[in-house]
Ligand binder design. Structure first.
Ligand SMILES: [Zn+2]
Length: 96
């Protein structure tokens, strides 16, 4: 191996080392967001059991009483028991 070749290799190693020390994200922001959106999300369906009392039966076996409005009206996006994404199922949905 000639001196010239060694210097060339040495130069590449030095630049690789420098590059590895840079704080580069593994993925672009768009890729990270796409991966986040693809992640498994547990869902929990809340069925309106008693409209008069705003009683909802949760898919995970609990019951929740809402004084007024629906879970969405109360900006509830997740089940407070199991942490699943809250899916609302009202009586109107049952009829359809
Ligand atoms: Zn739940």
């Amino acid at each position: 191996m000639s001196k010239e070749q060694k210097e060339h290799i040495g130069g590449d190693l030095a630049s690789d080392y420098t590059a590895s020390k840079e704080l580069k994200p593994c993925h672009s922001e768009a890729e990270a967001i796409a991966a986040w959106n693809r992640r498994y999300v547990k869902k929990c369906t809340w069925s309106l059991g008693d409209a008069e009392f705003g009683l909802y039966n949760t898919e995970c076996g609990q019951a929740f009483n809402l004084e007024c409005g629906t879970p969405k009206d109360n900006t509830m996006n997740f089940c407070c028991y199991c942490g699943g994404e809250l899916i609302e199922k009202t009586e109107a949905d049952n009829d359809s």
